[in-house]
Design a protein around this ligand. Structure first.
Ligand SMILES: C[S@@+](CC[C@H](N)C(=O)[O-])C[C@H]1O[C@@H](n2cnc3c(N)ncnc32)[C@H](O)[C@@H]1O
Length: 199
C-alpha cells in the first residue's frame, strides 16, 4: 500500500489513545448520573468523547441518539462498534463546535474540559446551556487549582480553576452538585465535579 496517499486523518493518533483504550468499555460516573437525572432521553452530546465508553452506556441505557465530539480521530474499529446505534462521531475541538440550540436532554464532558483553554470555557458553558432542552442535564468536570498539575504541569496545557471561576461559568444553570473530588488513583485528579440543570 502506498501510505503517502492514505487519508491524513487515519494517520493521526490521539495523545489519549493509550488512556482511551485502557479505560475500555466501563463507563464513568458522568454517564450514570446523566442517565439517571435526564428528563428527556431522546438525544445526548458527549464532549471529548474519546473512544465512546460513556456514549455507549447512554445508548444502552435508553437514549435514542447521540453525538460525540473529539478533536482527535476515532479509530475505525472503535467507530464500527457503534454502527447499530443512532450515533455520530464528529471530529472538532470542543471550543469550535457549535452546539445546536435546545437539542439535547443531556450533555456530558468527562475529563475533557481540562484541556480547553481557560478563556474559551465561558463560551463553551454558554453553548452548553443553550444546547440543552429545558430541564436538560450537564455532567462534567473541571480541574481545581489544587491539582498536582499546578506545580508539575503535563506536556499538554491544562486549565485550573478556583471556586469563584467555576461559579461564574455555571451562572444560569441550576447547580445540583458541585463536589470537590480527590480520587486516590495513579493521577489523583483534583476535580470540580459538576451536575447542572438548565432551568
Ligand atoms: C481523558 S480523555 C476522556 C475521554 C472520554 N470522555 C472518557 O471519559 O472516556 C480526554 C478526551 O478529550 C479529548 N479532548 C481534549 N481536548 C479536547 C478539545 N479541546 N476538544 C475536543 N476534544 C478534546 C481528547 O482527545 C480525549 O479523547
Amino acid at each position: 500500500m502506498n501510505t503517502a496517499s492514505a487519508p491524513l486523518v487515519e494517520r493521526v493518533v490521539s495523545p489519549w489513545d493509550k488512556w482511551n483504550r485502557a479505560t475500555g468499555c466501563e463507563c464513568s460516573w458522568h454517564a450514570k448520573r446523566a442517565s439517571r437525572l435526564a428528563w428527556y432521553k431522546e438525544s445526548f452530546l458527549d464532549l471529548g468523547v474519546g473512544y465512546g465508553r460513556n456514549s455507549r452506556f447512554l445508548l444502552d441505557d435508553g437514549f435514542t441518539e447521540g453525538v460525540g465530539v473529539d478533536k482527535y480521530p476515532v479509530p475505525i474499529e472503535i467507530r464500527q462498534n457503534f454502527s447499530s446505534y443512532q450515533f455520530s462521531f464528529i471530529r472538532s475541538p470542543i471550543e469550535e463546535f457549535v452546539i445546536p440550540q435546545g437539542s439535547f436532554g443531556a450533555i456530558i464532558a468527562a475529563h475533557s474540559l481540562y484541556y480547553c483553554r481557560k478563556e474559551s470555557l465561558a463560551g463553551i458553558f454558554e453553548q452548553i446551556l443553550k444546547g440543552l432542552c429545558p430541564g436538560g442535564i450537564f455532567v462534567g468536570n473541571l480541574l481545581d487549582i489544587t491539582d498536582p498539575w499546578a506545580k508539575d504541569p503535563p506536556s499538554l496545557p491544562v486549565s485550573l480553576l478556583d471556586d469563584s471561576e467555576v461559579r461564574s461559568l455555571t451562572q444560569g444553570f441550576r447547580t445540583l452538585e458541585h463536589l470537590k473530588s480527590r480520587p486516590r488513583n495513579e493521577k489523583t485528579w483534583h476535580n470540580h465535579d459538576l451536575v447542572l440543570q438548565k432551568p
